[in-house]
Ligand binder design. Structure first.
Ligand SMILES: [Zn+2]
Length: 431
């Protein structure tokens, strides 16, 4: 999820700067092989076989889980969410264009991009700053014997009877290569030249180089103005807490530990996107303490305090602006926000709301919502449970009273006893 939090933060930072953003995200539900260089098995089909389901069921299942996690992390939905299997015709049309311009050829095992021909354009390795030989050195490419060069990559794969998902094409039944999917969908929704393409650093040497090669060969125009690549979340500690099948934890693993999902978002923002981030439960708990600190502030800001900001806030706004626009320095921007809230407490002047919510338009931790919730009456169910608990306590039924307290806590409400009865406070996460 670090990848999507990063892309969302980039989008939010652009919006904060007054840009209109059209965001397209694709779901690779066919053609992404276990090796980036066309080798191995289709990832979706591999899972389908292992789980005894159809590829479509697998894709739907994981797409829904994925979208649910995006919602929990306050990731704004893209303007277009497109699935590779819905765009086979666009891929075929793009391959035909590349063939017509002479940058691809049809072989027995598939339609291949002709890397040697492209080499002549001197555009190879512009992104990775590597030569073709460097790009592919040391990589095991299980290449078909009828390819002209081992560097050629598949645009359309033919004669693979074991592959479950197949479509008709001018060259016979088969399925698209992974790289062509991205080019076809990106150009369909964003035009032949797109402004920003994001992705992980692992995609620099092969996947994105190939996207550039095939797209620019088809259009003769630059494909992408800016690539923005993020580094990975790493670390052995993650594997230890993972209850899921893979060796890395998923968001629900963190929630099972009582952690607020947005603590993970804040944890990611605590590192620069270009830096590797080590998975650490302690660090995520630390991020949650910051989240709760900001939520406590948000839930107690009065209407007068939201009207206009104090003058002393301005330097903070300036520093935040500089941090965000300095290659998305979110750790620094976060530090500025926390410092500003601390200063508001110190001065006992809480007129920082407009500035703080402007910061939050980039952080995406939902401060406006927290304030709105805190001003709304308590949910009926919460009041009822609290009343039942009070009765249980008065009847000295402490087992029931404790169970009701735990139930309320699991719903995010802490009950405190007072001489008059009780008081309810909002609680977020495990902190
Ligand atoms: Zn891609």
């Amino acid at each position: 999820m670090r990848s999507y939090i990063f892309a969302d933060t980039l989008k939010r930072a652009l919006t904060y700067n007054g840009y209109k953003v059209r965001h397209v995200m694709n779901i690779t539900d066919v053609g992404h092989m276990t090796s980036d260089a066309d080798g191995g098995e289709d990832k979706v089909e591999k899972t389908a076989r292992a789980e005894g389901r159809s590829p479509r069921e697998v894709a739907d299942f994981y797409t829904n889980l994925f979208l649910e996690d995006l919602r929990k992390l306050n990731v704004q939905m893209p303007d277009v969410l497109c699935r590779a299997t819905d765009h086979i015709a666009d891929m075929i049309a793009l391959i035909e264009k590349i063939l017509a311009r002479g940058y691809a050829y049809v072989a027995q095992s598939g339609v291949y991009f002709d890397v040697e021909k492209y080499r002549g354009t001197n555009r190879v390795g512009r992104l990775s700053r590597q030569s073709l030989d460097e790009q592919y050195a040391g990589q095991r490419i299980e290449h078909a014997p009828d390819k002209k060069s081992p560097h050629d990559f598949a645009l359309w794969v033919l004669n693979q009877p074991n592959h479950i998902m197949q479509w008709d094409s001018p060259w016979g039944r088969g399925y698209p290569g992974w790289h062509i999917e991205c080019s076809a969908m990106a150009m369909k929704y964003l035009g032949e030249t797109i402004d920003i393409h994001s992705g992980g650093i692992d995609h620099i040497p092969i996947h994105h180089e190939n996207e550039i090669a095939q797209s620019e060969s088809a259009t003769g125009k630059p494909f992408v103005r800016y690539f923005v690549h993020h580094a990975f979340l790493v670390g052995a500690e993650g594997a230890k807490i993972s209850k899921s099948a893979g060796q890395f934890p998923v968001l629900s693993d963190l929630q099972a530990l009582g952690l607020h999902p947005l603590a993970f978002r804040l944890f990611c923002l605590g590192a620069k996107y270009r830096s590797e981030l080590a998975f650490s439960l302690d660090a995520i708990r630390g991020a949650e303490r910051n989240l709760v600190y900001l939520y406590n502030f948000a839930s107690t800001v009065s209407d007068e305090e939201t009207e206009s900001d104090a003058e002393w806030v301005e330097p903070f706004e300036q520093r935040f602006h500089e941090a965000i626009n300095n290659d998305l320095n979110t750790p620094q921007a976060l530090a500025v926000a926390l410092e500003m809230v601390a200063e508001a407490y110190r001065r006992n002047d809480r007129r920082i709301w407009r500035t703080l919510t402007r910061f939050d338009s980039v952080f995406g931790i939902g401060l406006e919502q927290i304030r709105a919730e805190s001003r709304a009456p308590l949910p009926e169910e919460v009041t009822q449970l609290a009343e039942q608990r009070l009765e249980a306590r008065r009847a000295k039924n402490y087992a029931l009273s404790d169970a009701l307290r735990a139930k309320l806590l699991s719903m995010g409400y802490a009950v405190e006893d007072t001489p008059e009865g009780y008081r309810i406070k909002r609680r977020w996460g495990a902190s």
